[in-house]
Design a protein around this ligand. Structure first.
Ligand SMILES: Cc1cc2nc3c(=O)[nH]c(=O)nc-3n(C[C@H](O)[C@H](O)[C@H](O)COP(=O)(O)OP(=O)(O)OC[C@H]3O[C@@H](n4cnc5c(N)ncnc54)[C@H](O)[C@@H]3O)c2cc1C
Length: 426
């Protein structure tokens, strides 16, 4: 009987010999020692790159989940790495803790989010891996090991962005904050004004991001700030309805750009302004139903507006089929060796293509623009980079590879795709 696996978008598919769901770390360690290789660990399969693809074994930690313990005074929680962010939010809220920030969705496993440097937006807010205090993992020989930041900060920095290749994380202790409330506001403004005031607007809020609506000339800005006010209802999500409208106009009017723009502006004018206060866990995540593929590059913060202007021009000149809004965020610099935010305040720009369209022509055309501005790709989103490119982008690349060899001396976690990323001959 064959096993089939595919990622969320359906673009990456695999026929592994085995899909395993170990019940505990002992079973996991036994699999690492004996299951057909290569062994790739899956979180929720929400990455767009073939990180999880394996013709050997795909290991899911869906049974290794939940809260292990917590420290109320330090706002720390130790959780099993298969825990999904959705349930995790509720577990944390129950013990008076909150994740300092989140991305667009809450479907990922914490191990998977750490695996690709998953991030939200905020000039002073780091990606999930910056919360790491302790990592317990099974190494490539099937041995259970643990590093803590207090005793060995270098090792936490070396392995924190894990890519499923620095051991399989089993438990992590994360530094959280006390539960909090956010006031969230959304409004629309011309993209020219957004690009002109980019730095001020992105730095003026605890968390700020915007979406450029292609072929419209307008952006939707989203700002979140701490609030002590009473909660007010979060408005019903309108993103999916908005996407349906943009897709309809794309399909009917792709060769009539001025009419397309006029009708998009009409739809934008009807968008209700949003302004509400909610507990942190009710603010960040959206329900993404329309499947897409995505490329996201992390650029030096100040290069964001120039790069975005070029991406918009490319899209509107050459890719009329594109209708997904482009997402622009900021992320704080950090010290993790394989973090795209390594020592660099960042502006992240994400482009999307409907899963029904071939994403490659658009992504291939956009990538040189991102690279020209010194972009580092999101590990979980489409890119074409290989080891030689990463070596130039990551100052501690060689040291990271040496740590990886120590953790996985027999290359148990190295699939053909990972071999290309790491420059390993197989
Ligand atoms: C609709 C949608 C919205 C998204 N929004 C955002 C966003 O807002 N911000 C952002 O940064 N990204 C975003 N992403 C990308 C996504 O967050 C990342 O690709 C993330 O890694 C997916 O998590 P996952 O649990 O599905 O991991 P998977 O895709 O299953 O795995 C990702 C990597 O982590 C490794 N891994 C998984 N578990 C472990 C473990 N226990 N130990 C070691 N390694 C492990 C895997 O081997 C793989 O290399 C989005 C993706 C989708 C589909």
């Amino acid at each position: 009987m064959s096993n089939s696996w595919s990622n969320w978008s359906g673009f990456v598919r695999a026929e592994p010999k085995l899909i395993a769901t170990p019940a505990d770390t002992n079973e996991l360690a036994e699999l690492v020692r004996t299951a057909p290789g290569p062994l790739r660990v899956v979180g929720a399969g929400h990455s767009f790159t073939p990180l999880v693809k394996s013709e050997g074994t795909i290991v899911s930690l869906e049974k290794i989940e939940g809260l292990v313990s917590h420290d109320a005074a330090r706002h720390q929680a130790r959780v099993r790495a298969g825990t999904r962010l959705g349930p995790l939010m509720h577990l944390l809220q129950g013990i008076g803790q909150g994740l300092p920030n989140m991305g667009d969705i809450d479907r990922q496993a914490i191990g998977g989010a750490l695996g690709t440097a998953t991030h939200g937006s905020g000039p002073k807010l780091g990606a999930y891996h910056t919360q790491l205090e302790t990592v317990q993992f099974v190494d490539g020989l099937g041995k259970l090991r643990e590093f803590t930041k207090a005793a060995d900060p270098e090792m936490i920095h070396a392995i924190g962005v894990a890519l499923g290749a620095f051991g399989i994380f089993t438990e992590v202790t994360v530094n959280n904050i006390a539960t909090y409330r956010l006031r969230r506001r959304k409004w629309v403004l011309p993209i020219a004004a957004m690009l002109r005031d980019f730095e001020t607007m992105m730095r003026a809020h605890r968390s700020a991001e915007f979406y450029y609506i292609p072929f419209s000339g307008y952006a939707q800005f989203i700002a979140s700030d701490l609030s002590d006010a009473a909660t007010t209802p979060r408005p019903t999500e309108d993103d999916e309805a908005g996407l349906r409208t943009l897709r309809r106009l794309r399909t009917a009017l792709r060769w009539l750009p001025s009419l397309r723009r006029r009708l998009i502006l009409g739809a934008i004018a009807k968008l209700p302004a949003e302004d509400y206060v909610q507990d942190w866990l009710n603010v960040y995540a959206s329900d993404r139903q329309t499947r897409f593929n995505e490329m996201e590059y992390h650029l030096p913060f100040e290069e964001g507006p120039k790069a975005l202007a070029e991406i918009i021009e490319l899209t509107e000149k050459r890719f009329p089929e594109v209708y997904f809004p482009m997402e622009v965020r900021s992320v704080a610099a950090d010290e993790f060796w394989l973090s795209p935010f390594y020592k660099r305040p960042t502006c992240s720009i994400a482009i999307h293509q409907d899963a029904a369209n071939d994403p490659l022509p658009f992504m291939r055309a956009a990538e040189p623009i991102f690279r020209k501005y010194g972009g580092r790709p999101h590990w979980g989103k489409m890119h074409s980079l290989k080891a030689a490119d990463f070596k130039k982008l990551y100052p501690r690349w060689d040291e990271a590879m040496a740590v990886r060899r120590d953790i996985d001396p027999q290359n148990r976690f190295v699939s053909p795709y990972m071999a290309g990323l790491f420059g390993i001959e197989t």
